[in-house]
Structure formats: structure tokens, C-alpha cells
Ligand binder design. Structure first.
Ligand SMILES: Cc1ncc(COP(=O)(O)O)c(C=O)c1O
Length: 347
């Protein structure tokens, strides 16, 4: 990647090792269950999370949607954070395509949904109400600055949901960032829940792909749902080969992204007029603001001219990843300091 693209970790390009693995990948028709690379990837993911089975999807969005459609019937309700990707950024897929209503809760600064609010959102068995079936969590929590949620909290939600006859789905698009930040094994974060979505195309750098992980019967049903969504792919082992490298080799380096995120936050905090909130970075996301009086669109354009890509204004979220090295962080901070100083002089 030539640019310093801080918009998201979704912008990551595949690594040289991934490109080689893709060129060499063994493939087959995965709708017939005959792609050896996909089988290997699914088995690896299930084993990593201590679950029975996994299923490969083209995107995290489709994987989350398939989880909701598999767990719920039409007319059921799921409980979710107002800022969760599943609620806020997936075009309402569960409702649009599944007839599932979503009950949104406010997320706390630490990424949790209060247990009493989850319990309070569960409908009584009464014909006036929908049937509450599912609680959806996210880890890390992108709507709470990339906060990782702990295995203990996840277990509390799992216990509550199971006691009330519900199931739990975890959108683990950045589960390995959470595991790295908390210093725990990924399976500890997955153990209390019924299904997990793992994304391969964010911090792990694969060009695409997600895994839905859960029990054997759940995955068997999700396979049917995936087919109905048009997500059954053929020789997709080509891209699954990159996903395998992501799962095997890229997890261990995610702590570096957390380090560069803190470096970026510390650097930005030294620039006059820039506010960083919170100053203590929890994983790979940095939230900062420039002064309201600065023309944010002009600022973004000036930064792009210096090879740094940002999205937002006056509030920004910058996300670090494999392609954001410490040197590139230094360049971005320098560029921002210069651009804001020049814009001040011109004003
Ligand atoms: C937490 C979370 N879940 C799911 C997704 C969906 O990923 P995709 O857009 O690749 O389907 C994203 C995308 O950024 C995300 O941040």
C-alpha cells in the first residue's frame, strides 16, 4: 500500500505471503464441499475457538446476517447495541430479509450493555410482544472506541441469555484484537456464546472473507441460509488461502497495531487544537477532533495531498493496521501538524 490510509482496517491489502499462497492454493467446488483450502480454513477456525464447526462467507455482513436468520424465525426479536455494526451499518438486513425486529440498547464506554437493560429488554411470553430469541454482542466494540469486552462479561451475558431461553451471537470482526489487548486466548472470549463471526479482511489483511463458527447443527442450518443468500461460492479456496495466513500468522502481530494506535494518539495530542478522546487507546482505534472553525473538507483534502487518507470531520476515527508502521504514524502526525498550522496562517 502506497498511501497512509487511516480510515479503517478494512482498507488493508493482502500481504506478499498471502499473494503467494493465493497463487498456489489448492481449490475445488465449495458448494459441493470439495475445496480443500476452505475445509482447512473452516476446521482451523472451529478449533481455534473451541467450537464444533465453521462456515466460510464472503463478508462479515453476510455472516452476521446468516447467524441472525439461523438463530431466529420471522417475528422474533434480537437485542443489540444501538451502535453495533449489525444494527447501524448492515442496512437493517435482519429486519429486511428475516422479519426480525431489533431492540437497540445504549452501549457503555467500556463496550458493555448493562445486564439489567438486557434482561429488561426480554419480552414476556404474551401475544402482544415479539418472541425475544437472540442477544448480539460485538468484540471489539467499534461504537465504543474499539473497547475489548472481557470473557467474564461475555459469560455473564451468556448465563443471563441461556437462563432466559435465549442464544447469543458475537460479532467478532475484531475478536483477535480483543484477545491481544486482554491477553487471553480467543476461545475464552468465544466459549460463553453460541455463535461467533470472525472477519478475515480487517486487521488480518485477507482481501475478503469471514467465518461463522458454532455447533454442528447450527452450522448445518447456516449452510442452507448461506445458499439462500447467494453466498455459496465455488473455487473460493483462492481467497481462503489468504484467510488461512491471516488466522495462523497475522493474529500474533495485532498488538503492534495497538501500539501504533497509542503512538498516533500521543502524537496527535501534541498538536495545537487537536483533542484526542479517550487518550488511553484500547485497541487499534483513535478518536480525535480538529477545531470546529477549521474547514474539515479542506483539511481532509490537504491531508490526502500529503498521502494521508482520513474520513470524518471535525471528529475523526483513525484505525491502525499492518500497513501503518511507526514511521508512517510519524509522517501522519507531522503532516497533520503542518496542515493545521498552514490553515491557521491562511485563516
Ligand atoms: C464490527 C463489524 N462487524 C461487521 C462488519 C462488516 O464487515 P464487512 O463490511 O466487511 O461485511 C464491520 C465492518 O467494518 C465491523 O466493523
Amino acid at each position: 500500500m502506497d498511501t497512509i490510509d487511516l480510515r479503517s482496517d478494512t482498507v488493508t491489502h493482502p500481504t506478499p505471503a498471502m499473494r503467494k499462497a493465493m497463487a498456489d492454493a489448492r481449490v475445488g467446488d465449495d458448494v459441493y464441499g470439495e475445496d480443500p483450502t476452505i475445509i482447512e480454513l473452516q476446521d482451523y477456525a472451529a478449533d481455534l475457538l473451541g467450537k464444533e464447526a465453521a462456515l466460510y462467507f464472503p463478508t462479515a455482513t453476510m455472516s452476521n446476517l446468516a447467524a441472525a436468520l439461523t438463530h431466529c424465525a420471522r417475528g422474533d426479536q434480537l437485542i443489540v447495541s444501538k451502535k453495533a455494526h449489525m444494527f447501524a451499518y448492515e442496512a437493517g438486513g435482519s429486519s429486511v430479509l428475516g422479519g426480525i425486529s431489533m431492540y437497540p440498547l445504549d452501549v457503555q464506554f467500556d463496550g458493555t450493555l448493562p445486564l439489567d437493560e438486557i434482561e429488561g429488554a426480554i419480552c414476556e411470553d404474551d401475544p402482544h410482544f415479539p418472541h425475544t430469541r437472540l442477544v448480539c454482542l460485538e468484540n471489539t466494540v467499534h461504537g465504543a472506541g474499539g473497547a475489548p469486552i472481557t470473557a467474564e462479561y461475555t459469560a455473564q451475558v451468556g448465563d443471563l441469555a441461556h437462563r432466559r431461553g435465549l442464544v447469543v451471537h458475537l460479532d467478532g470482526a475484531r475478536l483477535f484484537n480483543a484477545a491481544a489487548a486482554l491477553g487471553v486466548q480467543p476461545r475464552a472470549l468465544a466459549e460463553p456464546v453460541d455463535s461467533v463471526q470472525l472477519c478475515l479482511s480487517k486487521g488480518l489483511c485477507a482481501p475478503l472473507g469471514s467465518l461463522l463458527v458454532g455447533s454442528r447443527p447450527f452450522i448445518a442450518q447456516a449452510l442452507r441460509v448461506r445458499k439462500s443468500l447467494g453466498g455459496g461460492m465455488r473455487q473460493a479456496g483462492i481467497v481462503a488461502a489468504a484467510g488461512l495466513i491471516g488466522l495462523r500468522d497475522m493474529r500474533a502481530r495485532l498488538a503492534e497495531d495497538h501500539h501504533t494506535a497509542q503512538m498516533l494518539a500521543d502524537g496527535l495530542a501534541t498538536i495545537e487544537g487537536v483533542t484526542v478522546r479517550p487518550v488511553h487507546i484500547r485497541t487499534n482505534m483513535v478518536h480525535f477532533s480538529i477545531p470546529e472553525r477549521v474547514n474539515a473538507a479542506a483539511f481532509v483534502a490537504e491531508m490526502r495531498a500529503r498521502n494521508v487518507i482520513l474520513r470524518g470531520g471535525p471528529h475523526f476515527r483513525a484505525v491502525t493496521h499492518y500497513w501503518i508502521t511507526p514511521e508512517r504514524v510519524e509522517h501522519a502526525v507531522r503532516a497533520m501538524r503542518d496542515v493545521l498550522a498552514e490553515m491557521r496562517v491562511r485563516a
